[in-house]
Structure formats: C-alpha cells, structure tokens
Design a protein around this ligand. Structure first.
Ligand code: GLN
Length: 484
C-alpha cells in the first residue's frame, strides 16, 4: 500500500511542476547536458525510511551542496577554533562566486566559493608542492566521508569534473586572490582540483535526503547506524546552512521556509528539519541566484503544507508510540449476551491500542501512521490513544483522520481516544487553514467535523464501540445485539 505521505509529495510536485521558468546552468558546459524537465523529490525520516517520488533515482552533480559536507569534514579534522581562524560564519549577502572576504581576509563563510575552496585547502598538507597522489588520497577520504553520509558509495562524474576544471577561471581567480593575501597554506591548484572534484560527485535526491537525515540526526546516519560526524559538527553545519545556505536570500528563506538548506547549480537542494528529517529535491532549471526554481518552490510547499518550518510550535520534536497492545488485559463488557461475550473473549487480539505521546506534527504522525499501516493485517479495530498528546497540528490531524477513513473503506475501523479534545481544539484553531485540500477532499473533510464518530472521550467508550464493531462484523447488523 502506498502511504499517504507519498500522496502528499506527489501532490506538491504536481503543483510545482507547472512552473518551467529558469534555465539550466551552462557556465560549466557539461552541466547543460541534462534533461531540463527532470524533477525528483525524496524525504528521509528519522528512522531512515525514505519516501521517493519522480526522478529520485536520477543522478546529477552535487555541486555546491558539497560545501557543507567538506566544511563538516574540515571541522571534524581540525576542530572549530582552527577552522574559525580561517573561515568566517557570517552571511555574505552576495552571490556564491563573489570574491568576498572580511577585514581579516577570511572568506566570509564556507557556503560561498571562497570559503569552500579555503575549506578544501585545509584538507591538504601545508606545503606548496602537493603530489598528485596526495590529492587523490585526500579526495578518497572526502568521498568516503560523503558516502558515509549518503549511506552509498558516491562516484565522480569525470565529464563534469573536466568541464569545471577547464572553465574555472573565476574559481581560479578566487583561489589566487586568497593566496595573494597569504592565507592559503597549500598549493592553490591542488585546492582547486579538490574543490572541482567534490562538486562533480554524483548524487540522487534519495542520497541528498539521507545526507540531510544524517545531519538532522546529529551526524548519525539513520540507515546505516554509523556516526559520521559528531553532534557538535552537525550543529555547526546546520547553523551555517541556516544563515548562509541559500546565498543572498537567506533572510527570506529562513522566514518563509525555515529549513536549513543548501542548493547547487546542478539543480539539487538539500533541506533539513533538525531532529527530524532530510529532504532532497532535484530540478535543474535555476533562478538568477543559481537556485533550482522548482526546488525552492517545492521546499516552500513542504514547509507550509506539512508544517515543517523549524520554528513551527514549541514542541517535543518527536512523537513516540508510547505503547501498543491488544485489549486482552481489559474485561469484556458486561452488557453483551453470553454468546456475544464468549465471542468477544476469543477476539481480544483483533483490537489494538496505540498510545501516542508528545506533540503531534508531521513527523510524529508519519511515524505513527506508518506503524499502523505496517500492522494493518493484525487488527480489525485500531484505537489511537492521544490522551498524552499536547498539540495536534493540521497536517497531523489530516493524516490521522485520513488513515481512519482508509480503515473504514477497508471494512476495518479506526478510533481515537481524545479526552481533552485536542483534535477538536486543533479543528477550532486552524479552521481556516489550507491543509493540502486537493489530496484529502472529499473523504478527509469528513474528518474535520469535530462531532466525528469514533472519536471518544474515554478508553472505556472506545472499547465498547470496538466490541460493538466486532459483534456487528461477526453476527451482522440485525443479529448481533438481540441476545439470541
Ligand atoms: N562548481 C560550481 C562552481 O564553483 C558550484 C557552484 C554552485 O553550485 N553554486 O561554480
């Protein structure tokens, strides 16, 4: 069964694909050889589950999305003090290839080319003549590190690499300018070579989403279980992605999208919701800043429609399923006939309870509903107990209620135990919100009715309702309740 999350992602892509403005980058000639209509979207959630849509398996070059990774690698090697002495952390407000340094002649941040070339230089030995084999072996370590983040071995696009090296006049100018300031310890040509190679690594949106989830998870790759960078390094990388990742539009980006992100002229965007998930988008038509047009629009929609802004609510960042059990522990209701009670005694395992806790936002609802979906053959009735949930945001409510309708349509039943009326409060608070209406209407609109059937104030009520459902299923609507 495809999950509702896939439906949301497809819907968002459908909306954004209408825009075919922008142009594929051609200042690196080889970059122009891609399909301009390519469009992929992936999301990797905290446990490593990846949702993939569109051209999520198509490879493209990582380009500037390599910058946060090389910065992470340099931080891991040298520690923050040494790195800060060489690369600033202030947004430059300028284009990515601006020749931009601060009063101490440090590149302003690691997300612009000057800072990224500096970061690459710091991986090389501090000698003016670097052997080609040394650059190869440092590149090998870099690939190892990136691949650790992606959970898959990444390969170099030789053609793009050659094309970059041949046409890199501006980057050469940046490297030699830094060198003329006396701030480059190594051979500038080797630093450039390393930088061109890192930019030419091939990735898919699936890879980007896993890289994002690794950073979101404090450096632990959720798919491989390997700790790729420390929590401190991941925090740092997220900070510079937030303030400098989207170049000149950083303020607007943080305000309207609120996801630390990094774009590349290959058409990719990596976005991260700290503590929760990673997103990869690919669409090679770029705006005048060098950011993917659809990629940006897709991130905006993800943020608004799924409530992914990092400052969305104050919350426990992850809902957990506190417990799940069948109702074997509960006494069978007193009011049924003996025949009914004996049937109910044999079918206690057909009703499962899922107790959730935390604040229910997209990530929590995703995890919880995926669990209910995985278990779908294990129950006839699923009771979702949200009595320990503080807040339900609109997309999470829609997800829970849409899943409930899925169960109804399959001849099963979904129930919610909501003693404090948080579902109702959510409906009231967000009455006028636009929650991906096109996907959920019309069935889920039933879910917006606060007088919804099967939303119960107590577990006891839910149990009675569940037992009635089992009896109806067993004996039919006319025969079940007359004590025959
Ligand atoms: N390799 C590209 C360059 O240096 C990367 C730029 C980018 O993706 N913004 O020009």
């Amino acid at each position: 069964m495809t999950t509702h999350v896939d439906g949301y992602l497809r819907h968002i892509m459908g909306v954004c694909s209408a825009d075919s403005s922008g142009a594929v980058a051609d200042y690196i000639p080889e970059l122009a050889c891609v399909d301009p209509d390519g469009y992929g979207l992936s999301m990797c959630v905290h446990d490593g589950n990846v949702y993939s849509q569109g051209d999520s398996g198509v490879t493209f070059t990582i380009q500037s999305i390599s910058k946060p990774l090389t910065y992470a690698l340099v931080l891991s090697r040298l520690g923050p003090a040494q790195v800060d002495a060489r690369i600033g952390v202030e947004p430059s407000g300028e284009a990515f290839n601006e020749i931009s340094v601060d009063a101490e002649r440090r590149p302003r941040n690691p997300m612009i080319n000057a800072g990224a070339i500096m970061a690459a230089s710091l991986l090389l030995p501090p000698v003016r003549e670097v052997a080609a084999s040394t650059v190869d072996s440092v590149f090998g370590e870099l690939v190892e590190f990136y691949s650790g983040c992606a959970g898959r071995y990444l390969e170099l696009d030789e053609d793009v690499y050659r094309s970059e090296a041949q046409t890199g006049a501006r980057n050469r100018a940046i490297a030699y300018m830094l060198d003329s300031f006396g701030v480059v310890d190594t051979d500038p040509e080797s630093a450039l070579d390393l930088y061109y190679r890192q930019c030419s690594l091939r990735v898919t949106t699936d890879d980007l989403s896993v890289i994002g989830a690794t950073i979101a998870n404090g450096g632990l790759n959720p798919r491989t279980g390997r700790q790729i960078m420390t929590q401190e390094v991941a925090q740092r990388v997220l900070s510079v992605m937030t303030t400098c990742g989207m170049y000149d539009g950083a303020g607007d980006w943080v305000t309207s999208v609120g996801l630390p992100a990094k774009s590349g002229v290959g058409g990719g965007i990596l976005a991260v919701l700290p503590g929760q998930l990673g997103i990869g988008v690919y669409s090679p038509r770029l705006d005048r800043h060098g950011n993917s047009v659809r990629g940006i629009d897709t991130c905006r929609h993800l943020s608004t429609d799924l409530g992914l802004h990092m400052f969305n609510l104050t919350r426990e960042s992850r809902v957990t399923i506190r417990a799940t059990y069948d109702i074997g522990e509960f006494e069978v209701g007193e009011d049924w006939t003996e025949r009914e009670r004996s049937y109910l005694r044999t079918s206690r395992d057909r009703v499962r309870v899922y107790e959730l806790q935390g604040d229910l936002t997209f990530s929590g609802a995703e995890a919880a509903m995926r669990r209910l979906e995985d278990d779908i053959d294990r129950y006839d009735v699923a009771i979702v107990d949200i009595s320990r949930i503080g807040i339900v945001d609109p997309v999470a409510r829609t997800m829970v209620l849409t899943f409930k309708h899925t169960l109804d349509d399959r001849g099963q039943r979904g129930m919610v135990v909501d003693p404090d009326g948080v579902m109702r409060a959510s409906v009231d608070r967000h009455r006028n919100d636009r929650v991906i209406p096109d996907i959920v209407a019309p069935e889920a609109l039933r879910g917006f009715d606060p007088t919804l059937p099967h939303v119960h104030a107590t577990m006891a009520e839910a149990l009675t309702d569940a037992e009635a459902f089992l009896l109806k299923q067993r004996y039919g609507p006319d025969d079940g309740f007359d004590g025959v």
